[in-house]
Ligand binder design. Structure first.
Ligand code: HEC
Ligand code: HEC
Ligand code: HEC
Ligand code: HEC
Ligand code: HEC
Ligand code: HEC
Length: 389
């Protein structure tokens, strides 16, 4: 398309069309809203030919014909939905996106096995296998509807006094309150992290990751500032490369307190630190922080820049050779640069679960110092630690 030979008003219109076409063609973040026919997800009376439609209980998921199977037929559900969070985001196949009737459903739990193209958050398959071997408790967050309680009785790194029995700081295996989708005290299950969802309207919350500051039902009043900022990949990293991925927000400012960090910095790390506070360095030494906020560190640092540390860290080209295995965040995800790349919790962990203990993104047992046949994982940033001895 060329506007070269046009003049005046025509030229302006031509450029406007040209720019619009370029914008549509260039990768833009997915607007986090559902698509497709209403009946894919809703049932008006929970009745079809006289039988119930909604499904709940364990084992609900989409089969190979995109039909909801498993669990049992149930009474009507909130918001006339055909199933609950776990059911709609589960599949009995190995597909990680279910495409039908104009809808695209991201799958976080494949009941048949850990999928080879698990989405960015990982997959809950292995933690569901805790019934086979208790060691699998460590392969994911134990979430209501997928895995019963962990042997851990609270979130490691939790602040004392933060959360009582049944709260999401102690367990995510408890049933969410039945009083509705909003502002539950017992935020068990998926809602422990995705406290508020907004499937029909994109509110800018990265992957519905918002803290639990209250909002009323139609979101018309209340506090909406405690959410994570980021740009989501259109297929949730089902396909991924150094140019095709999510963009996370980080910061290089030391938190003053974890309590207000999510509001203040809106980073993915401040979100995890909401329950695992002590694993992020704050100003408070008792909480695992340090007076220097610099090497020597007391716990692996997060929400710090890596390039400015010099040495081995400068060899990770976070912009042109971004690793989806050991990703970084940026102080401004809209204009990423090596100088503004930040270490985050998701540099090493998958938030849902993985095929490794501690929900790690790679096999920690293969990280052998001085072995130059090893790469990736920790060596993505610690680029000289695999140099042959
Ligand atoms: C792909 C799944 C899906 C499709 C298709 C879908 N919805 Fe929804 N809808 C949901 C989910 C999930 C919720 C739960 C609440 C939330 O997160 O906002 C919801 C909530 C709602 C709500 C209450 C909350 C709100 O945002 O107002 C209404 C009303 C609604 N849907 C109407 C519709 C109508 C009308 C259609 C068809 C034009 C439709 N939906 C299609 C998944 C879907
Ligand atoms: C411990 C917190 C936590 C819990 C519990 C949790 N999620 Fe997530 N979820 C996240 C985070 C963080 C992301 C963003 C992952 C990324 O972009 O790297 C995410 C992403 C997602 C996505 C987008 C796909 C992807 O993998 O990026 C879906 C869908 C989703 N979650 C659904 C669920 C459902 C359904 C449940 C309950 C079965 C659940 N989540 C439980 C934290 C959580
Ligand atoms: C009936 C089906 C259905 C139900 C029930 C449902 N979801 Fe979803 N959800 C979807 C679909 C479809 C999408 C993908 C929307 C899109 O294309 O961006 C989605 C997207 C998401 C995402 C990713 C948002 C993003 O930015 O890409 C999260 C997180 C999520 N859902 C969590 C939940 C939680 C938590 C619940 C329960 C409170 C829930 N869902 C209930 C169908 C459902
Ligand atoms: C709403 C509270 C909550 C949030 C937010 C949260 N977690 Fe957790 N996390 C827990 C609880 C409770 C446990 C212990 C029980 C379990 O594993 O489910 C846990 C356990 C873990 C474990 C150890 C798993 C095991 O069983 O050994 C890791 C690793 C972890 N979380 C990482 C993260 C990361 C990374 C994030 C941010 C994406 C995060 N968590 C956000 C509550 C939370
Ligand atoms: C540099 C990689 C890395 C980063 C960054 C990282 N972790 Fe970890 N995490 C690990 C490894 C490795 C383990 C295994 C145990 C160990 O070595 O301490 C672990 C273990 C855990 C555990 C389980 C502890 C237990 O008692 O079972 C939790 C919870 C956890 N991490 C949460 C987080 C949170 C929250 C953040 C961000 C504030 C984070 N991690 C950042 C690598 C990392
Ligand atoms: C995303 C990049 C990244 C990844 C992945 C990563 N690290 Fe780090 N690590 C850093 C940065 C940056 C520092 C801070 C260095 C400094 O302040 O001089 C650091 C600090 C450390 C320190 C403390 C050094 C000190 O001076 O106190 C150790 C030990 C460490 N990392 C080990 C690991 C191990 C083991 C893994 C894999 C489980 C890992 N790191 C993965 C970036 C990373």
């Amino acid at each position: 398309m060329s506007c070269n030979r046009l003049k005046g008003k025509k030229l302006i219109i031509c450029y406007a069309i040209f720019t619009a076409v370029v914008l549509i063609n260039s990768p833009s973040p997915l607007s986090a809203t559902v698509t497709g026919v209403c009946s894919n997800c809703h049932t008006m009376h929970n009745s079809q030919n006289g039988s119930q439609v909604a499904r709940s209980g364990t084992g609900v998921g989409w089969d190979g014909s995109s039909v909801l199977t498993g669990g049992s037929l149930s009474g009507p559900l909130n918001q006339l939905l055909v199933t609950n969070c776990v059911g709609c985001h589960t599949s009995t196949t190995n597909f990680t996106i279910i495409n039908f009737g104009g809808s695209k459903i991201p799958i976080v739990f494949n009941t048949e096995g850990y999928p080879s193209d698990a989405l960015a958050g990982g997959n809950f398959y292995w933690v569901s296998q805790r019934t086979v071997d208790l060691k699998y408790n460590a392969y994911g967050h134990n979430v209501y509807g997928i895995a019963g309680s962990d042997t851990l009785t609270q979130a490691p790194g939790k602040l004392p006094g933060c959360g009582t029995s049944g709260s999401c700081h102690m367990t995510l295996a408890a049933a969410p309150s039945t009083s509705g989708l909003w502002n539950n005290y017992n935020r068990g299950g998926c809602q422990g992290c995705h406290v508020y969802t907004s499937h029909h309207k994109d509110r800018g919350w990265y992957r519905f990751l918002k803290g639990h500051d209250g909002l009323n039902k139609d979101f018309s009043s209340g506090d909406d500032s405690d959410y994570v900022i980021g740009k989501g990949d259109t297929d949730w990293e089902k396909t991924k490369s150094s140019a095709d991925h999510n963009w996370y927000k980080g910061t290089n400012t030391q938190y003053v307190s974890n309590g207000s960090a999510l509001k203040t910095y809106q980073t993915i790390t401040s979100f995890c630190a909401g329950c695992h506070s002590r694993f992020h360095n704050t100003l408070d030494i008792a909480r695992g922080g340090g007076p220097n906020y610099a090497s020597p560190w007391l716990r692996h640092p997060t929400d710090i820049l890596l390039y400015n540390k010099g040495g081995e860290y400068t060899a990770y080209d976070t912009v042109n050779a971004y690793s989806t295995e050991a990703p970084v965040a940026w102080t401004n995800p809209d204009s990423p640069s090596k100088e503004t790349a930040v270490v985050m919790c998701l540099s090493c962990h998958r938030p849902h679960g993985s095929d490794q203990p501690d929900m790690l993104r790679w096999d920690y047992a293969t990280m052998i110092v001085g072995d130059d046949t090893k790469s990736g994982g920790c060596f993505t940033c610690h680029t000289s630690k695999n140099d042959a001895l």
